[in-house]
Design a protein around this ligand. Sequence first.
Ligand SMILES: Nc1ncnc2c1ncn2[C@@H]1O[C@H](COP(=O)(O)OP(=O)(O)OP(=O)(O)O)[C@@H](O)[C@H]1O
Length: 334
Amino acid sequence: MPLLEIKDLCIDFLVNHQSLRAVDDVNISLNSGKILGIVGESGCGKSTLVSAILHLLAGNGRIAQGKIVYKGTDLAALNEKEIRKYRGREISMIFQDPMTSLNPVFTVKDQLVEEIRLAGKVSKKEAVAYAIKLLETVGIKNAREKINSYPYEFSGGMRQRVVIAMAIAAKPSLIIADEPTTALDVTVQKQILDLLVSLQKKLNTSIILITHDLGVVADIADSVQVMYAGQVVESAETKEIFKNPLHPYTRSLIKSIPHSNKNVMRIPTIEGSVPMLTDIPEGVCRFADRIPWIAKISHEKNPQLHEVKLGHFVRCTCYKDFYFKGEKEAININ
Ligand SMILES: Nc1ncnc2c1ncn2[C@@H]1O[C@H](COP(=O)(O)OP(=O)(O)OP(=O)(O)O)[C@@H](O)[C@H]1O
């Protein structure tokens, strides 16, 4: 049985008496000890999707349909008191900005000890010893001294390490990391990702890693779901996605991964941005507006996810006729 199974999940926001669908019929299956990458530009619905798991949606959001089955329990059906037992203990979250999780007026020790004591019955002394061990585990040197510092005394990367220490304190089975490295310098980003992967292996935790950068998931995720305008447009094992990307949006995301060789000729990626919820077209390919040079007939009506190969799904039929505008022009010139 998968650790987490999200089935036909739809999430709506109520805006000016209008119900707007931000997540549309998403399915996820995640096994123990695996890393799933959820990728897409800002506004695709990634954060909305994962915040629903622990009932952290904004006040105007609601699960309109679907199930979130975790270890056999449908989390979507739980009340506030019941879901609290899962937060931090079974499933923990790491956000982009470490200060979302850290309180600036308390020391790291106070915050870690509180988290540890919330998770289980331990004495203060035991909790402090465990907190120091946790800081060492996440690579903070001189943890015995550093534990008495306030969050502002740490660099951004070190703060994110503290947040990760808090996130693993209760040995959760699932960590949801929502753009955990976006706010950090490139060199620090790599260190934090390496840390997450090493902890995942050590603790056999599963991770859902949310990012706008497909390059980030390339080396570490076992599987990838690409989201666009609230829907999954492609999903497969990571190797397969990079070997055989099909959906125009996935192909565009792959092209936009920064390349170490700056001399490589760059074909322009697809212009534009994700539509606002009020502008999402119904019953047609949501990506069609971004690739107007592809004939309308190439798109499917009411585009569905098609399993093109075992475990590899792609939405709409437009991928079959898709080419990058610049590519064809380059061919014509030659
Ligand atoms: N509380 C809300 N009320 C109305 N619309 C919302 C609300 N929260 C998010 N949205 C909208 O839902 C859509 C999905 O937003 P979401 O934050 O989940 O996207 P995202 O892919 O995680 O992007 P980002 O990385 O910028 O957070 C966007 O159009 C956003 O404007």
